[in-house]
Design a protein around this ligand. Structure first.
Ligand code: AMP
Length: 429
């Protein structure tokens, strides 16, 4: 199928061409026709499927006719990065149309945003908090909005934005087209969708399936060895652009610093950074200044960077959905990518859940020198070393020594426990 079949205006076809898209992705094939007909849509699709163009292109077509310098379309996104991304996509796809969009979010001054809106825009891409703030200031009105898009609705819910969303929707005309996109469909999102959509067409693309063009590889590694393993992988693999996920903001920051000190071009993006610093890190990653970006799940939402070759789950995610979102950053649209997951013995439950979601076993990569050792795999030498240790401990000991005897308990002498010692060392560094 070609984009021609949608019969877009030549100015929009020019935008599609400028983006280099030759054929629509499955979500575009399914969602564009009903959106062009003016229907409401419930789109179940994750980032990486081409969903932004699926709603931006028909919206541009709709807005081409009709008044200018009025806010006629409102797109609400859960993060500043996603809002910026959508705004960039609109600018690219709509370049020839003369339609203008603006992204608005907190953390930067209000006045330039208000001025830009008053100067005349047709599309606002907003994060809920700042939008509500400006609406409360009566900075502008949404009375001319004809179309509403809620993107990544499940993340809005995760971030506690649903009450804000409801308040925003109250300020919109009831007669409008509404599109809701979500990667997952928790009960709360279903309720919200039922409230705001009228007779919607449901479009569902692989919503629980991670992007198909990705290979998923499992590395069994002791916690304290993860950074060494990461560095050795970075050296071995042909990595053009690598997104590394950690569980905490602190770890994202310290890992990026450690990689920098070790000579890698790395940056971190996490919630503690100012908006300016986040944007700098993201721009540097996009333009290739940084080959490695270390991020937390929240900070990475909606990040769309072309050509991410590897996603590394330095820490396993908390949910299978988070894994799908993380790995959806690579292998986007037609590209292929690799997703690596570092797992300790304690992570085995989450690994099984991820494997169930994928519908297959993760490919297990040997990690000589890094792995945690299952008890039965302890070698003869290790057993002997352990028994020598136990013998030593049986000798009369100073109080300090008795403490260490206690702490080893039934302690199996394994790389996992060696790893823990390393970790406390590296934590002190
Ligand atoms: P999205 O799911 O909207 O974040 O899009 C994921 C990526 O796919 C982005 O980098 C888009 O530029 C790209 N993309 C969107 N539509 C197409 C298409 N029809 N052909 C190729 N790439 C596309």
């Amino acid at each position: 199928m070609s984009f021609k079949e949608f019969k877009f205006h030549p100015k929009i076809n020019a935008g599609i061409e400028a983006c280099g898209y030759t054929a629509p992705t499955p979500i575009q094939k399914e969602a564009i026709p009903p959106i062009l007909e003016g229907r409401d849509i419930l789109g179940l699709a994750q980032t990486g499927t081409g969903k932004t163009a699926a709603f931006v292109l028909p919206l541009l077509q709709r807005l081409l006719d009709g008044p200018r310098k009025k806010v006629r379309a409102l797109i609400v996104a859960p993060t500043r990065e996603l809002a910026e991304q959508i705004h960039d996509d609109i600018s690219k796809m709509g370049k020839q149309t003369g339609l203008r969009s603006i992204s608005i979010y907190g953390g930067v001054g209000k006045q330039p945003q208000v001025r830009a809106i008053r100067n005349g825009v047709e599309i606002i891409v907003a994060c809920p908090g700042r939008l509500l703030d400006l609406l409360n200031d009566r900075a502008f009105s949404l009375k001319a909005v004809e179309a509403l898009v809620l993107d990544e609705a499940d993340h809005m819910f995760d971030k506690g934005f649903l009450p804000d969303i409801r308040r925003i929707i109250k300020q919109l005309p009831t007669k409008r087209q509404s599109l809701v996109f979500s990667a997952t469909m928790p009960r709360e999102i279903r309720h919200l969708a039922e409230n705001i959509l009228t007779n919607p067409a449901t479009v569902q693309i692989n919503h629980t399936q991670p992007v198909l063009s990705i290979s998923h590889v499992l590395f069994q590694v002791a916690k304290a060895q993860k950074t060494s393993l990461l560095k050795s992988i970075i050296q071995d693999e042909n990595m053009t652009s690598t997104l590394v996920f950690t569980r905490t903001k602190h770890k994202a920051k310290s890992l990026a610093l450690h990689l920098q000190k070790s000579g890698y071009s790395a940056a971190s993006i996490q919630g503690n950074l100012s908006q300016q610093k986040r944007q700098q890190a993201l721009n540097g990653f996009k333009d290739g200044t940084f080959k490695i970006l270390v991020a937390t799940d929240i900070a990475a939402r909606g990040i769309d960077v072309q050509g991410i070759s590897h996603v590394i789950n330095y820490d396993v995610p908390d949910t299978a959905e988070a894994y799908t979102h993380r790995t959806g950053r690579t292998g986007r649209a037609t590209r292929t990518g690799k997703a690596f997951i570092f797992a300790d013995r304690e992570d085995s439950k989450m690994i099984s859940i991820i494997e169930r979601t994928l519908g297959k076993k993760l490919q297990l990569e040997p990690t000589p020198g890094f792995a945690w050792e299952p008890q039965e795999a302890i070698s003869k030498e290790m057993r002997e070393a352990r028994s020598r240790q136990m013998q030593k401990k049986k000798r009369p000991a100073s109080p300090g020594r008795r403490r260490s005897q206690h702490s080893s308990g039934s302690g199996v002498f394994s790389l996992a426990s060696a790893g823990r010692n390393n970790r406390s060392r590296s934590a002190q560094q």
